[in-house]
Design a protein around this ligand. Structure first.
Ligand SMILES: *Cc1c(COP(=O)(O)O)cnc(C)c1O
Length: 421
């Protein structure tokens, strides 16, 4: 990549990181393997802007992969974290903050009566499966190809093309026996799910689904898909789990389930509810949630679960979201931006798709190598997109019209350069 874009310091920091961290990172997509080049080491961020170790500034559309819906370092959230940290950072004993955040979430999600806080979305999904299996006395889990539910063994299964496939692990180190209890079906294909349930519905503990798939690009559900899953699971006595780790408090304050008016049995949350600190949660009807220890036989625990700093950051984030209700504005801004990107790409005769829902979108090229060129051109023009076109872009409440206008200019210039290469 010939460029004026300085990456000397990031390159040095990456070299040092690679000596002590596998691949130089603590989460694989950060390493830029899909787009090439050096991952940027971030020094600080505020509002919609990131600054890297070489002093470059970017308009950020990654938002830490979803949590930063208010932008970076919102002053009231920072103050809440500061105030809490001065009083100690973890006690291993209950605090009233956990009750307050739970009440706040329950008031937004009518399907939830009780919540258990964990430290990541992965843990939330893992616990949801254990609860489902305990509740139903069945072992099989149905998931959909391309949906991501964190990296627990049972859910690291994507399987092959098209038809219903018995789980084949997607990662080395996942026991075949564990993967074999995970059934992978095609997303948005209700007929395939109906067919599977007709044959084996009585063995299914739960269906877990991203109500809007946002880990294979962006794929909204087709009409009737989620409704059909709700009806099928009910008919066969299986639970329906909505993984709203991305969509919760993002698509709408009450998540995709409010938008589509469907009540799952269990919901997984993460990302936004921690205000940028590590939090996950699983919640649902009382009769299911009370199977958890200490009330019930399902064991689950965590040294840092319900951590006071994370609860304070999450609570302040949700209070701000509840007060300002930025959803309509973010959606309108995102829709406008995507329309402009698509129109410009079409004018350049670049074949792209720009799927968008709420404040989430992707710019998807038929050729991943073209996305890589686009991505690097964007960096040089001061815009930070995800380093893989299968990850979604997020617009935050801090992306005001002036910033978005600047971003659009950078995006169109980058598209132009991409088409010339
Ligand atoms: C991010 C994500 C997870 C995993 O959350 P972590 O906090 O990274 O463990 C699970 N499900 C969905 C839909 C996600 O987007």
């Amino acid at each position: 990549m010939n460029s004026t874009h300085k990456t000397k310091n990031s390159a040095r920091l990456f070299d040092a990181a690679k000596k002590v961290l596998p691949g130089g990172v603590n989460s694989p997509v950060r390493a830029f393997q899909a787009v090439g080049g050096t991952p940027l080491f971030i020094r600080e961020a505020r509002g919609a802007e990131l600054r890297d170790a070489d002093g470059n500034r970017y308009i950020d559309f990654v938002g830490s992969w979803g949590p930063m819906i208010l932008g970076h370092a919102p002053s009231r959230v920072v103050s809440a974290i500061k105030a809490r940290s001065a009083k100690g950072t973890s006690y291993g004993a209950p605090t009233e903050l956990e009750t307050e955040l739970a009440e706040k979430i329950i008031s937004a999600f009518p399907s939830m009566e009780k919540i258990r806080f964990v430290s990541s979305g992965t843990e939330a999904a893992m616990t949801a499966l254990r609860l489902s299996r305990a509740r139903t006395g069945r072992d099989k889990i149905v998931k959909f190809a391309g949906c991501y539910h964190g990296h627990s063994d049972a859910l690291l299964v994507k399987a092959g093309s098209g038809a219903a496939t018995l789980g084949i692990p997607d990662s080395a180190g996942v026991p075949r026996a564990v993967a074999s209890d995970t059934i992978v079906l095609p997303y948005n294909d209700l007929a395939a799910a109906e067919k599977f349930f007709k044959d084996a519905g009585e063995t299914v503990a739960a269906v877990i689904v991203e109500p809007v798939a946002a880990n294979m690009g962006l794929v909204p559900p087709v009409a009737g898909f989620l409704e059909g899953l709700r009806a099928l699971t009910k008919q066969y006595g299986a639970l329906l789990i909505f993984d709203e780790v991305i969509t919760g408090f993002r698509l709408a304050y009450g998540g995709a389930q409010t938008l589509f008016k469907i009540e799952p049995d269990l919901t997984c949350l993460g990302k936004i509810i921690g205000g940028g600190l590590p939090v996950g949660a699983v919640g649902g009807r009382k009769d299911i949630m009370e199977l958890l220890a200490p009330l019930g036989p399902v064991y689950q625990a965590g040294t840092l679960s319900g951590n006071p700093l994370a609860m304070a950051a999450g609570l302040m984030t949700l209070e701000i979201l509840d007060d300002m209700n930025p959803y309509k504005k973010m959606e309108a801004a995102t829709e406008k931006l995507c329309g402009q990107i698509l129109a410009f790409a079409q004018w350049l005769k670049i074949p792209v798709q720009v799927p968008q829902i709420g404040s989430m979108f992707t710019v998807f090229f038929s050729d991943a190598a073209v996305y890589a060129r686009f991505f690097h051109a964007l960096l040089e023009h001061g815009v930070y997109f995800p380093p893989s076109q299968f990850e979604v872009c997020f617009v935050s409440a801090a992306h005001n019209p002036i910033i978005l206008k600047k971003a659009l200019k950078a995006i169109t210039q980058s598209l132009e350069r991409t088409s010339h290469a």
